[in-house]
Design a protein around this ligand. Structure first.
Ligand code: SAM
Length: 245
């Protein structure tokens, strides 16, 4: 029997958690949650549940907490943004639990990967436009393990960059310097799926300027599919509704 559940909370809209995740959350005895998860979800924990914010804790401290409460046989929910195994360090937590002999289960979540672009009217694949997706993190991209802009510039399809807002200037310049088309459509979706969602649509050459001032969390999408945002995004829906009046 599992005692620790690594649960994906989804991208921001509290309605996007899975039914299994919500059920476990409502029966949790200990809840360890990320800063990015919707407050409404934290409020789903039952009265008496021990609530622990991950804010200010190191990954090692989180691992230790999960092992400690798991060993006591408590029903522990580790609520993580998006999907636990996609840039979520869920694998590290699972390994720590496995090493400690604490049973656990991973409950997948709706990742920002496709849901956040979708909320802006961008399908990450589209027949005739993109049949492959490259997913990278822009976090620390300037360091030793920096992104391979030459390889990314050569790769067809859609590029999705997590945690890329800070280094956006450098990244877009790097891609263009390595041969990417400066006129490729590009979008930054900030706080996607939430009431605070903001979207900047531009080109690879202009997206850094166009998205200045947008807040994290934000996702960068580059590729022809971004062109569909005009027809499929929330603004397009609003325009159609107005036209129908
Ligand atoms: C540490 S990663 C976690 C990703 C998560 N595990 C997932 O599957 O979506 C955090 C990054 O995901 C992206 N992200 C998560 N939620 C988002 C949202 N609502 N809107 C835009 N980007 C989001 C941002 O790039 C953010 O910096």
């Amino acid at each position: 029997m599992s005692t620790v559940f690594l649960v994906g909370a989804g991208p921001g809209d509290p309605g996007l958690i899975t039914a299994r995740g919500l059920d476990l959350l409502r029966r949790a005895q200990v809840l360890v949650y990320d800063r990015l998860v919707a407050r409404e979800l934290v409020q789903e924990a039952p009265i008496g549940c021990l609530l622990i914010s991950r804010d200010g804790l190191s990954q090692e401290q989180v691992n230790e907490l999960l092992v400690k409460h798991g060993r006591r046989g408590r029903r522990v929910v580790r609520l993580k943004g998006g999907d636990p195994f996609l840039f979520g360090r869920g694998g590290e937590e699972a390994l720590a639990l496995r090493r400690a002999g604490v049973p656990f289960e991973v409950v997948p979540g709706v990742s920002a990967l496709a849901s956040v672009p979708a909320a802006a009217g961008i399908p990450v694949t589209h027949r005739g436009l993109s049949r492959q997706i490259t997913i990278v993190t822009g976090h620390g991209a300037g360091g030793d393990d920096g992104l391979d802009c030459a390889a990314l510039a050569r790769t067809p399809g859609t590029l999705v960059v997590f945690m890329g807002l800070e280094g956006l200037d450098e990244l877009s310049a790097g891609l263009i310097a390595h041969g990417a088309d400066p006129d490729l459509p590009a979008a930054v979706v900030s706080r996607g799926t939430t009431d605070e969602q903001e979207v900047a649509v531009a080109t690879l050459a202009t997206i850094a300027g166009a998205s200045a001032g947008l807040r994290t969390p934000a996702l960068l999408v580059v590729g022809e599919v971004v062109g569909l945002a005009e027809a499929l995004g929330p603004a397009a829906v609003a325009d159609r509704l107005l036209a129908a009046l």
